[in-house]
Design a protein around this ligand. Structure first.
Ligand SMILES: [Zn+2]
Length: 450
């Protein structure tokens, strides 16, 4: 009987662990520091720079007073950069809007993990409402915290131009043999089953993959290595449709992790009654989890208690609905001259792409025909040797045919593994189509021989 009780408790604990938000940014940072102690100095530099900026230009925390800080610090970086001055936000003089180009790396082992474009776009939409205080559930912010709720002025858009200057959808899809990733950087390198980061000075990297042990996401630390910069989100906690699963199906995991990417600390300061270095978030004892209601007083933070609806707490997606002016000021401090995120204001990621000679997309971007059975080709266009990556293990054993534009079969090959090398140097220049026999009717992936 005792054993059965123990098992029930174990199962219950396991269930609760899955159902509660498990952001591992703090643990990830500790691991990174252990691996590279010199990271502490870089993190300290970002922190002291941030505090110096905030002392110089304290955040405007009064209700309705939005613009002084942001327009002040970014006044010399308007136009020709990824900034814009928006009027009509309810503030005097308008405020500066920063648009961040995003590249989403979908690292998938199963078809389910290869989430669709619509789900990715649903996440971008959430970011654009949460960071502009346009989310419908601002109506649920308690009246006593409402004056602190800020339009942070950040917008997010899938990149249109890749690192080589060519057109991109801002979405990279890559098959991996790894079924679930651990809390490390393997998803951020092609060599370890992931996909390499794009330059952080021009893009926010978001890796979406399957995370082990119920982790929903984590962020790199500002000041950390370039090759691991960005956020990671489990495919079940990304966007609002498809595989997004309650209670993390409203896209708030990415909102939270990008908060870390922009230098925000958890509201409890990652310590008992800790400090998040933001004045207008109440000190609180620890993380609030799940679905709290009413006023929760801790660390003497009465009468209003914990701000458990703050995006930097760990409650369920439908509880989270606000950033504060103080948090906005901390984030914006990264974008002043000398700030570590300043270069992204000069990104060409949302600019006009170069035209490749074949009219195709970048040779650096694997192509994938929407709606097809997920055949990726790299590089494409190609002069000869190329890699073909399939996503569906059931395709192993079938035959891959290459057709020219007249519909004539010019090459065939048996599919013996999910990643194959193929040499098309014998083919004439032109456009070809790859089909997997017995695959989805009508689906083909375009291949350009140059
Ligand atoms: Zn977190």
């Amino acid at each position: 009987m005792r054993r059965i009780l123990f098992l029930i408790v174990l199962l219950l604990t396991r269930f609760l662990a899955v159902a509660q938000r498990d952001c591992r940014s703090t643990e990830y940072a500790q691991n990174a520091l252990r691996k590279d102690p010199s990271l502490a100095l870089a993190m300290q530099q970002v922190e002291s720079f941030t505090r110096t900026q905030l002392e110089r230009k304290p955040a405007q925390q009064a209700a309705g007073g939005i613009s002084a800080y942001s327009t002040g610090i970014l006044s010399d970086s308007a136009h020709s950069l990824n900034t814009d001055t928006a009027g009509g936000t309810g503030s005097a003089g308008g405020m500066t809007i920063i648009t961040i180009p995003v590249v989403v790396h979908i690292i998938y082992n199963s078809q389910a993990q290869n989430i669709g474009d619509a789900q990715i776009l649903s996440q971008i939409k959430v970011l654009n409402t949460d960071y502009r205080k346009l989310n419908a559930d601002t109506a649920a912010i308690p009246s006593y915290f409402l004056p602190r709720a800020a339009d942070c002025g950040f917008q997010f858009a899938l990149a249109k131009v890749d690192t080589s200057g060519y057109a991109t959808s801002g979405i990279i899809r890559k098959h991996t043999s790894i079924q679930a990733f651990a809390l490390d950087d393997d998803m951020k390198y092609s060599a370890t089953g992931g996909d390499d980061a794009w330059d952080r000075d021009s893009y926010l990297n978001i890796w979406v993959c399957s995370m082990a042990n119920g982790v929903v996401g984590f962020s790199s630390v500002p000041g950390g290595p370039r090759s691991t910069d960005g956020i990671v989100v489990d495919y079940r906690a990304f966007g609002t449709s498809g595989t997004a699963t309650a209670p993390f199906n409203l896209g708030r995991t990415a909102t939270h992790e990008i908060g870390h990417w922009l230098n925000l600390i958890h509201t409890w300061g990652d310590a008992y009654c800790g400090n998040d270095y933001v004045d207008d978030t109440p000190q609180q004892q620890a993380a609030d989890l799940g679905d709290p209601k009413g006023i929760i007083v801790s660390c003497g933070n009465g009468p209003y208690g914990d701000m458990y609806m703050n995006y930097m707490d760990l409650t369920n997606d439908d509880r989270l609905n606000m950033f504060t002016y103080g948090q906005r000021a901390r984030m914006l401090a990264l974008f002043v001259p000398g700030g570590c995120r300043l270069p992204i204001l000069h990104s060409n990621g949302l600019g006009t792409p170069l035209q490749s000679s074949s009219g195709g997309s970048s040779p650096n971007t694997p192509t994938h025909e929407p709606g097809s059975a997920a055949v990726s080709i790299y590089p494409n266009p190609s002069v000869g040797p190329l890699s073909i990556i399939l996503s569906d293990p059931t395709q192993i054993g079938s035959v891959m045919d290459i057709y020219n534009q007249l519909g004539q079969k010019v090459m065939s090959r048996k599919v013996d593994q999910l990643q194959m090398q193929l040499d098309i140097s014998i083919l004439q220049r032109g456009v070809y189509f790859i089909r997997i026999r017995d695959g989805i009717q009508g689906s083909a992936t375009k291949l350009v021989k140059i």
